[in-house]
Write a protein that binds this ligand. Structure first.
Ligand SMILES: CC(C)(COP(=O)(O)OP(=O)(O)OC[C@H]1O[C@@H](n2cnc3c(N)ncnc32)[C@H](O)[C@@H]1O)[C@@H](O)C(=O)NCCC(=O)NCCS
Ligand SMILES: Nc1ncnc2c1ncn2[C@@H]1O[C@H](COP(=O)(O)OP(=O)(O)OP(=O)(O)O)[C@@H](O)[C@H]1O
Length: 203
């Protein structure tokens, strides 16, 4: 039986790093941030975003000016909600249509789905299993600033809109602490696979 396994966690916790390790091990891994970039090219999605944010949020080739939208939505909860109301249903539809296609050819595949807002949006029950990645706040802030060039003040603003790690942990089926090295994250990924293989029997 196929399984949908959510990987969630706060900004900078290491979801993408865990997802990358799993993909390197050959698992099927999808990324909600990639889906969100894809749906942003859908004409109906662009039209609705333009109606709220104005034409200037799209630059050449129909690309979203991400920095501009980021600065607007994390300073204005109403705008953030409006954007999510447009993008999230489109992402959900894309997931479902991809999942249906996958099941036609691989009915026992596990799909790992990396997405930041699964718990905030009450989407846990859509998945068979939910992995929460956490890391110490200072570690997340340092990584985001040094490796992603995201200033601490901006990172904190985004964190303030997300569920705290302690609350996320209370909803998790499995928790990975990624405060230490990438080698240790790889070991945690291996342990996770062993756990899932016992729980679900191998894919
Ligand atoms: C605001 C946008 C344009 C900023 O783009 P940018 O390239 O700077 O960031 P990126 O998309 O890589 O997101 C980085 C991280 O920010 C956090 N984040 C993004 N959107 C949100 C949100 N709506 N609420 C809370 N945190 C968010 C997540 O932890 C995410 O992993 C972009 O994040 C976006 O379109 N957000 C709305 C869609 C959404 O909710 N995405 C997140 C889940 S799919
Ligand atoms: N254990 C680690 N050691 C060192 N650097 C790490 C570790 N884990 C992640 N990083 C780095 O920290 C940054 C944030 O990690 P990552 O992108 O995996 O987080 P994320 O949870 O996917 O963030 P976002 O919510 O923004 O998508 C990245 O630059 C990544 O390379």
């Amino acid at each position: 039986m196929s399984k949908k396994i959510a990987i969630t966690g706060g900004i900078g916790s290491g979801k993408s790093s865990l997802a990358k390790i799993l993909a390197q091990k050959g698992y099927c891994v999808w990324d909600a941030d990639v889906f969100s970039r894809e749906v942003l090219f859908f004409p109906e999605v662009q039209a609705r975003i333009k109606a709220i944010f104005g034409n200037s949020v799209f630059i050449g080739d129909g690309q979203l000016n991400r920095e501009l939208v980021r600065s607007q939505i994390f300073a204005n909860a109403k705008l953030k909600k409006s954007l999510e109301k447009i993008i999230h249903p489109a992402i959900h539809d894309l997931f479902n249509s991809k999942y249906r296609e996958l099941l036609k050819v691989a009915s026992t595949a596990w799909v790992f789905y990396e997405a930041s807002l699964i718990l905030e949006k009450g989407r846990k029950s859509f998945f068979d299993f939910c992995v929460v990645v956490v890391a110490d706040e200072n570690v997340k802030l340092r990584r985001l600033s040094e490796k992603r060039n995201l200033p601490e003040a901006e990172a904190r603003k985004i964190m303030a809109t997300q569920m705290s790690d302690s609350e996320k942990i209370s909803h998790a089926d499995y928790v990975i602490d990624n405060s230490a090295s990438l080698d240790l994250l790889e070991k945690s990924a291996e342990k996770l696979i062993l756990y899932l293989s016992e729980k679900f029997s191998s894919p």
